[in-house]
Write a protein that binds this ligand. Structure first.
Ligand SMILES: O=C[C@H](O)COP(=O)(O)O
Length: 254
């Protein structure tokens, strides 16, 4: 049985002051929700603060939104896995579609970052997903296959088992247009099939696959009730503490 993992990707939102009042209410709301993993992914500027607050709460962890694959060097504006780990963050989101589309991240780059994160004992949340044009052209499986084999190349099964994947159809991100539970389940089942091909069936069964794209309290139950959906990567709805707490509670109760 895979433990569900629900993550709040705040993207470029929330100051330290915002994070403080958010956590005041969110941590009270989810104080008893210890059946699932909960992750808060703030912008880098609030990561130290959020990690410090969460160090007193065992069941909620922090994560970063991006990192560079090198340990250090002349990479202005970048930070390394070791720097994230120094803040006691446990997760890092890699290859988010906004990184791929707006900042030119390729599967090769995501692969280097994933390996560097694992080497630094961070758990990567590797994002994949098709655009609307690709879905309309019937290329969903082809796109997911390319992204999976490229982003996860050369990662041994033992390490792959602990990687978290996030299936985020690009057309559902921030649009209010959610994949139906059936569409999401179909994609997740295919992802697990590809995972079995690139590792083995037992490893594929262990990998947790989140769904992301306009997840809200109202659609959480139907999505999280699907057999191959093991959690959610939540953007917009995670900015409101009460909404994100509701998503956590609905997921934990399933
Ligand atoms: O990382 C989160 C995803 O991009 C989903 O964002 P959204 O919930 O605002 O659609």
């Amino acid at each position: 049985m895979r433990k569900k993992i629900i993550a709040a990707n705040w993207k470029m939102n929330q100051t330290i002051a915002d994070a403080a009042s958010y956590l005041d209410s969110f941590l009270l709301e989810v104080a008893d929700e210890k059946r699932i993993d909960i992750v808060i992914v703030p912008p880098f500027t609030a990561l130290a603060y959020v990690s410090e607050r969460l160090s007193k709460v065992q069941h909620v962890k922090s994560g970063a939104q991006n990192m560079h694959w090198e340990k250090n060097g002349a990479f202005t504006g970048e930070i390394s896995a070791g720097m994230i780990r120094e803040l006691f963050a446990r997760y890092v989101v890699l290859g988010h579609s906004e990184r791929r589309t707006l900042f030119g991240e390729t599967d090769e780059i995501v692969n280097k970052k994933t390996k560097a994160a694992i080497a630094a004992t961070l758990t990567p949340i590797v994002c994949i997903g098709e655009t609307l044009a690709e879905r309309d052209a019937g290329q969903v499986e082809q796109v997911l296959h390319t992204q999976l084999t490229g982003s996860l190349a050369g990662i041994p099964a033992k390490e792959l088992a602990d990687v978290v994947l996030a299936y985020e159809p690009v057309w559902a991100i921030g649009t209010g247009r959610t994949a139906t539970p059936e569409q999401a389940q179909e994609a997740h089942a295919y992802i697990r099939k590809v995972l079995a091909e690139i590792s083995d069936a037992a490893t594929a069964e262990k990998v947790r696959i989140q769904y992301g794209g306009s997840v809200k309290p109202g659609n959480t139950g139907a999505l999280m009730g699907q057999p191959d959906i093991d959690g959610a990567l939540v953007g917009g709805a995670s900015l409101v503490a009460r909404d994100f707490a509701e998503i956590v509670k609905i997921s934990a109760a399933l």
